[in-house]
Design a binder for this molecule. Structure first.
Ligand code: PXP
Length: 243
């Protein structure tokens, strides 16, 4: 079965925030991405609100007809917001104040107690919970123990190796991904993946077995700025399905 595509539209909001004005509207980009055939929209509500804000998340919830995936830190404030918005899925991510983007996976193993509490609280409102993790068995086991429904594997190390044309590291990262996808599936977890994926490096990730959904943001928004959102999404969907 072809993998689903969830489009992360944070950087539509980044363009808006460059001038602190009303355009472009993330919700307009989301509706165009849906028209092009994506299966869901992802936004990261950061604690500093540097791009997506609370109003955007509520407007998306009321407007989109595909699935809404809310990325957020596992903090009490964010859990409370998610329980009001009721996205289809929450993806718990680590968050640092000065990072350009999410830097690594969430250390579920080291923070098992807080993360279990956040997951239980979200699931009690009917929200599916995913945790963004590195391809490590101890993190998969911790995700299972904490009660997550999904894991999202961090593909950033693969993407970096691909960009450096480091072929042996590319193969190593792909084999770690496939191995940990298998471990996760065997323990009853569903699997998503994302970070750093683009039109050049997507093919090998699309060929892995067991991934349900890919979360892709920067490369699609960057292409959309030049060729339009619908074309940018369709071109990515074609690559994911091997067309
Ligand atoms: N998945 C997670 C958990 C992320 O934090 C991000 C970045 O917001 C993405 C996927 C998308 O990454 P990119 O913008 O590099 O496609």
């Amino acid at each position: 079965m072809a993998k689903k595509l969830c489009v992360n539209i944070d950087h539509i909001a980044t363009i808006r925030q460059a001038r602190m004005v009303r355009e472009p509207q993330p919700v307009a980009a989301a509706l165009l991405a849906e028209l092009a055939g994506c299966s869901g929209i992802t936004v990261h509500l950061r604690q500093d609100r540097r791009h997506i804000n609370d109003g955007d998340v509520h407007l998306l919830r009321a407007s989109i007809t595909s699935s809404l995936n809310l990325e957020m830190a596992p903090s009490a404030e964010m859990v409370q917001i998610a329980k009001q918005v009721l996205p289809n899925m929450v993806t718990l991510v680590p968050e640092g104040p000065n990072e350009l983007t999410t830097e690594g996976g969430l250390d579920v193993d080291a923070r098992i107690s807080d993360i279990t509490t956040a997951i239980q609280n979200l699931r009690s409102s009917g929200i599916l919970v995913s945790v963004f993790i590195e391809t490590k068995t101890e993190q998969v086991k911790a995700a299972r123990k904490a009660g997550a429904d999904y894991v999202e594997f961090h593909t950033g190390h693969y993407a970096d190796a691909f960009e450096r044309r480091d072929e042996s590291k590319v193969e190593l990262e792909l084999s770690k991904l496939q191995e940990q996808i298998n471990v996760a599936m065997k323990s009853g977890l569903k699997v998503n993946a994302g970070h750093g994926l683009n039109y050049r490096n997507i093919k090998r990730i699309a060929e892995l077995n067991g991934i349900e959904e890919l979360n892709i943001g920067h490369s699609i928004v960057a292409r959309a700025a030049l060729v339009g959102m619908e074309r940018a999404v369709r071109e990515m969907l074609d690559l994911i399905s091997g067309r």
